[in-house]
Write a protein that binds this ligand. Sequence first.
Ligand SMILES: Nc1ncnc2c1ncn2[C@@H]1O[C@H](COP(=O)(O)OP(=O)(O)OP(=O)(O)O)[C@@H](O)[C@H]1O
Ligand SMILES: [Mg+2]
Length: 370
Amino acid sequence: MYLKKLTLKNFRNYGDLSIEFSPEITFIVGNNGVGKSNIIEAISLTSTMRSFRNIPDIEMIQWGFESYYCSSEIEDSQDRLFEVGCSCQGGKLRKRIKIDGIEIRSISEFYGKFLTVVFAPFDINIINGMPELRRRFTDSVISKTNSHYLSDLSEFRKVLLSRNRFLKLLKEKKNLDMSELDVWDHMFASVSSRIIKARKKFFVELNDLFKNSYKGISDDLEAPDIHYASSIDSDEPDYIIRKLSEIRNKDSIIGSTGIGPQRDDFIIKNHRNINFVNYASQGQRRMAAICLKISECDFIESKTGTKAVIMVDDIFSELDSQRRKNMIKVLKRGNQIIFTMVHQNNADSSGFNASKTYHVSNGGILDELV
Ligand SMILES: Nc1ncnc2c1ncn2[C@@H]1O[C@H](COP(=O)(O)OP(=O)(O)OP(=O)(O)O)[C@@H](O)[C@H]1O
Ligand SMILES: [Mg+2]
């Protein structure tokens, strides 16, 4: 799968942009703030419906305008067109998504069709940051390859919201029919069981891929392991229902659900059982984040047989020369890659020969260097 062409209208600092990519390597070079990451953001939007920077749609509309439009033309076994448009009129946001001209109504019809993986400097937050970021990573990778999981997640969110709403009312000592909570508990247990089972399976596979890529990039003798840390000991629905009834009183005091996939995490540990973040240097954490992303590419390829489009948003400058060389080695895997970088000499020393290089200057002007 590869991205042939991206078209933008009133997206961030681009009024009108049309850019063609090499099926192999494309470099996008330019000074800070000229709009390199905006291009990656637009591509990720046509792949996952949201910004890889996790920024709301309204912020991506060009200042002074009321809507943006992005489209990606993909060459796969067949040519496909992915379009995302968003307008904001009278404070009301409206987003429309199309594949091959046909409007898409549910995220599961869209997600996982145009497969991309973004490497960004803030990936290190997956290692350093809150569990929510690790859950987001986990859910997005599984969802790209498994549409049932995506539907389960959306059902889970609705059930959790309903259960928590009920618990909040209970907290306010409203007179309520407790059999409603029994219903939510049953639904919660059944969908949570499916999600936890899928995550367990995922982490077994991801761990092998992660260890492989870690050994390929870092000089550490031992690669650490990824462990799934679930807030529930068993994934059986009956067990989850029992646990929910045990914590019901506590849940009604806090007005939210204390166990479940919304509390899960994963932990990286070495063979001495020491948590990676308690011993790894900043550089090692950065490497681990890169390895997670490489494992994501491997996972997608093993599940779908498709090589995802890789985007590398200026991460070379943060690596020492040895790590940079190692990373280049593991990135040479036949995927289409789009790199952004500030200095052309980073491009020259990257070890990749770009088939296309664009120079972005202020005001979002792109010139192809030939
Ligand atoms: N909604 C918007 N409308 C117009 N311009 C915007 C909007 N949002 C961001 N910008 C502009 O986009 C630019 C930032 O773009 P981007 O993040 O792609 O830069 P970059 O080239 O990746 O920079 P760096 O090298 O520092 O990462 C800024 O100049 C900012 O003013
Ligand atoms: Mg940038």
